[in-house]
Ligand binder design. Structure first.
Ligand code: URA
Length: 207
């Protein structure tokens, strides 16, 4: 599935709204937000109550924490794009089901192909599973991975989900610490993209 830009992708999602689980009307779809030229793409789980009302990703309590931490980590706003693995709210904010993740997958993949982020930050285990199915967030958060995905090389930085950070002080401290490394990591990754040898060095340095 390919689109010329994000507007075309969003219009197509809404036009086909009836084919998606969790969606009864086009406005139930919460699109990704940010600059198509962003170098960092953050991928969360699914919108919650406030996101479904405001029709923006990450605007509830966990979103406020996330946006505050992004603001403090030295990344300019126009460098960040925020999306979700599932683009409509699961009832009672339950975990997304595998078939829901699968239904939105072609659109998330198309979003990644359009933005071509230098770095993908996964928030929580559902988005991490898309790229790194065999690891645990608690063991790898804040470490950089270089992977092959659909013939592309991607840099993935798994992070805790901000909702988990709100539930436990220790997790919140790790979440904030991991984010504080992002600007530096983006700088490294930009250089790493210029040559594989350097990329390996970066990987070694961070893992
Ligand atoms: N949690 C998510 O994973 N995504 C949102 O947009 C809001 C909360």
């Amino acid at each position: 599935m390919t689109f010329t830009d994000l507007n075309e992708l969003k219009a197509d999602l809404e036009k086909n709204y009836q084919s998606f689980p969790l969606v009864e009307k086009p406005t139930d779809i919460i699109h990704g937000e940010g600059n198509e030229e962003a170098s960092v793409m953050l991928i969360g789980e699914a919108p919650g109550y406030y996101e479904s009302i405001e029709r923006r990703p990450f605007v509830g309590r966990s979103g406020q924490l996330l946006r505050r931490v992004i603001g403090e980590c030295g990344l300019p706003e126009e460098q960040v794009y925020i999306s979700n693995i599932v683009k409509a709210r699961p009832p009672d904010n339950r975990d997304p089901l595998p078939e829901e993740i699968l239904a939105f997958k072609p659109y998330l993949d198309a979003e990644i192909n359009l933005i071509k982020p230098k770095l993908i930050v996964t928030l929580g285990r559902f988005s991490m599973d898309k790229f790194l199915p065999e690891v645990k967030v608690s063991e790898v958060h804040g470490r950089l991975f270089k992977i092959k995905w659909n013939e592309q090389t991607l840099f993935i930085l798994p992070m805790y989900h901000p909702a988990a950070a709100l539930r436990a002080t220790r997790v919140k401290e790790s979440f904030i610490r991991d984010f504080s490394k992002i600007a530096k990591i983006v700088e490294w990754v930009e250089k790493a993209s210029e040559g594989d040898e350097f990329a390996e060095t970066v990987k070694e340095a961070l893992i």
